[in-house]
Design a protein around this ligand. Structure first.
Ligand code: GLA
Length: 430
């Protein structure tokens, strides 16, 4: 039925078990990558360097794959109306999250669905600077180095997580987007031609902003946030900077200078709780030039002990990137000894026909097979997969042209995509 998606989509589902073995070898010999992050709790016998032993390990893979029974959750749903818990299904591999907005939590049905499927949450917008910074209070306080924050929008989501034992990703501290220009200007002026503050003042504002947000969240909701997206989308090689930094419409870069990323990570490390992991997060993280620039950026931060992981946003298309390009990128980042999280997964399905939605299911399944394989074989320490939104009707992808990219429809019914992400045997791989 569906078009080829990635390198192995033409395979019959009953060959899935062999596929895991095949992909391991193929990745090793075709891509020539070795190395990975921390050792994995799932298959303790895996070698640290899979490239050396994958061939001789075929037997172990086969033995191990015997326990990997594919399930037909779709049939179970049709017969008994029951769904498994997605995060439970993946509990030995990584947490599974969803991005939510405050209004999602006012809906009883959505609250139930979230609690029955996910164990990690991300605020869609409520922890971004334009939601958090309070200009009126800042002007009243009159402190040029210290803008005032107010997290009442995020509170709704943080307290829901706290009450229900869910963990959260803190998204996001330093970003060129959704950060008001007045945060960078003298006197917090919103005049069109207002001058920017000096680098020194901006660094004080940055430190206070990160400090206030982290301290507030950690005091009020201790233990809830496990990862912070410290810097978001700082790389854009097409803009011509030698290190691939985003320089246009990028006030952090323009006011502070090139080292704003490192300073942000230093402040974040200083104020984060001990158990919280610090991430660099970006989109198109599998594109060649971008991958290289992000890799180099992270390598520098890692040497200084400032970073713990990369967030691959993963707003992907139906047939781009290929599975092999995606796997290559995950492995490449993992080489740096950092965690990889898939922080904003959605797949832009442009129509809601049965055929297109079945293809979407296949694409999700293929994606999860990759992540599953990479984690199980110790190629990468993947610690979270988060879907960017609960229901199609609320997806950001609908802002411009219609899209049906997520796991549940507007009536909260599970779609083929949902069964795909479960790697359901009823979802074909071709
Ligand atoms: C980026 C941001 C997210 C979200 C999405 C799409 O990926 O990191 O917070 O805004 O864009 O809306």
């Amino acid at each position: 039925m569906s078009k080829k998606v990635g390198m192995d989509i033409g395979m019959h589902q009953s060959n899935l078990k062999k596929y895991w073995i095949g992909t391991g070898m193929m990745l090793t010999f075709v891509l020539g990558f070795a190395g990975c992050g921390k050792s994995n709790e799932i298959i303790k016998s895996r070698p640290k360097d899979p490239s050396a032993k994958v061939m001789s390990e075929t037997k172990i893979e086969e033995e191990k794959s015997e326990d990997r029974e594919e399930k037909n959750y779709m049939a179970m749903y049709k017969e008994e109306g029951k769904l498994p818990n997605l995060s439970e299904v993946y509990k030995d591999l990584f947490s599974v999250g969803v991005a939510v907005a405050r209004q999602d939590l006012r809906d009883e049905g959505k609250r139930k669905l979230i609690l029955s499927q996910f164990n990690s949450l991300t605020c869609e917008n409520e922890m971004k600077a334009d939601s958090v910074l309070d200009r009126q209070a800042t002007l009243l306080s009159g402190d040029e180095g210290h803008a005032v924050i107010n997290m009442f929008k995020a509170d709704d989501i943080l307290s829901f997580a706290q009450q229900n034992g869910l963990k959260m990703r803190g998204h996001t501290l330093v970003w060129h987007n959704q950060t008001p220009k007045w945060f960078f200007t003298v006197g917090y002026s919103d005049a069109e031609d207002a001058p920017f503050v000096s680098r020194e003042v901006m660094l004080v504002r940055m430190e206070n902003y990160i400090k206030d947000e982290m301290e507030y969240v950690n005091r009020t909701y201790p233990g809830v946030i496990y990862a912070w997206d410290v810097v978001n989308e700082a790389i854009e090689p097409s803009q011509g900077h030698e290190k691939g930094l985003r320089i246009e419409k990028a006030y952090w870069y323009q006011v502070v200078g090139e080292d704003y990323i490192e300073r942000a990570f230093e402040f974040a490390r200083k104020y984060a709780a001990k158990e919280q992991e610090l991430f660099y997060n970006d989109y198109n993280t599998y594109e060649k030039d971008k991958l290289l620039a992000i890799y180099n950026l992270i390598a520098g931060l890692k040497k200084k002990g400032l970073i713990d992981g990369v967030g691959m946003q993963s707003h992907i298309q139906m047939s781009y990137p290929t599975a092999s390009d995606y796997e290559y990128a995950v492995k490449k980042y993992a080489e740096l000894g950092i965690q990889v999280q898939v922080t904003e997964l959605d797949i832009d399905a442009k129509t809601n026909t049965k055929e297109e939605q079945e293809k979407l299911g296949t694409r999700y399944k293929r994606m999860m097979i990759s992540l599953n394989m990479l984690k199980q074989n110790n190629f990468a320490d993947i610690t979270n997969v988060t879907v960017w939104g609960l229901t199609d009707d609320r997806s950001w992808l609908n802002n411009e042209t219609p899209s049906w990219p997520l796991l549940f429809d507007a009536k909260l019914e599970p779609k083929a995509a949902y069964f795909g992400i479960l790697q359901d045997e009823a979802v074909p791989l071709y």
